[in-house]
Each structure stands twice: as C-alpha cells, then as structure tokens.
Ligand binder design. Sequence first.
Ligand SMILES: [Zn+2]
Ligand SMILES: [Zn+2]
Length: 219
Amino acid sequence: MRFDLHVHTTFSACSRLTLGQIWQHARSRGLDGVCITDHDTMAASDLLLEGIQPNGLCVIFGMEYATSEGDFLLFGPFEALAKGLSAPLLLREVEASGGIAIAAHPFREGRATNQQLIATGHCTIVEGINGRNRLHENLLVNHWQDLYGIRPVGGSDAHSLDELGRVATSFHAPIRNRGEFVAALKAGAYTPVTATLPMAATAPAAHAFSAHPAFAFSS
Ligand SMILES: [Zn+2]
Ligand SMILES: [Zn+2]
C-alpha cells in the first residue's frame, strides 16, 4: 500500500490543500493511503472518519510537531497532546503512549533535527525523502542510515494539490487504521518510493512508483 506520510490541509496556515481535494484526488495519484499531518494540530480529524473511505483510500490522522530540535511527524493518541514540549520530552511521551515519531526533513536548512536524538535512539525513523526538500537535504540522510541503521520513510510534505503523492512510502502489508499503521512503522515493513511520472492535477490513471535508488533494502 502506497501512503503519502506527510500532507498538510488548510488547518495548517501555510497550506492551501483542502481535505476534500485530498480525498478526491489521492487515488488517481497512485496512493492507497494518506496521512494528514497538520502543523501542531489534529483538527482535521473532526471532519472525517479515520480509516478506509468508500473510495478505498485509507486516511490516517497524525500531526507535524515543531520543536527547537527539529520537527516530528507523530502518529498515535495525540489529539490532546500538550503544545510546546521539548524534543526529548515529546519523544518520551510518544514512546510511553505507544505512538511513533518520525524526524521530518532532518537536514532541511533552518528546521534540522538534532543528531543527538537519533544517535541516542530517541527517534528511530527519519524522513529520507521529503517532496519539498532540495536533493542534497534528502541525500544527507543516507549518512545516518549507515551510522545508525535507521529506516527512512518518504512523504510529499504537500501544501498544494500538485504536490500530493510526489513522494510516498510503500508498506508491505495492508493497513486499515492508525493502530496497524503505527505497528507497520515500528516493524520497519516499508520502503520509500517516488513517483516516476510527472504529476498532473487531473491525472486519469494511477501513477507508477519506483523504489528510491538511494534506499534499496535487502529485506
Ligand atoms: Zn507548512
Ligand atoms: Zn510538513
């Protein structure tokens, strides 16, 4: 199942992509699932029942949480999570609640992840391909893969419809809800992928995806 792990709706002040547009267009972008990750809020979850939609799309609600030591995509029971936590406190809370945290665009200039959080195992999953990053900001993650054995994911970081699904993560088993999604991430049963065809807003057919050459896994 191909999931875009990092998508912003208009509940993020910086995004002009509506939840309705995502719902309507994700399948034709070759996506089987979409994670809604608005900045510091899960408010979009009030508008839509989570899980498999009538059109077959699996919608999972998470959020992108900003700290001074990097931004994190969070998935778990975080609807009432306190704002303004430090990164170590946040990651401890995520761990204690059975959720999962992904270091978002860890080498993006100005929003980089503190390497110590990765080196000490506080965060074990990083975004290896971010659709809004410059190439070198994505490629730098390879170094952490070698050093720490982290397994990268991919997400578009879409803030507009044309960005939706440009990057995704391919999961090896079906996912129907947030619990199965978190479990699949923890099990490492996925591969980051990029769309191989240029995106058109009204694409008639599903796009082909390919495993990203920088992230070839043996298992
Ligand atoms: Zn944003
Ligand atoms: Zn984002």
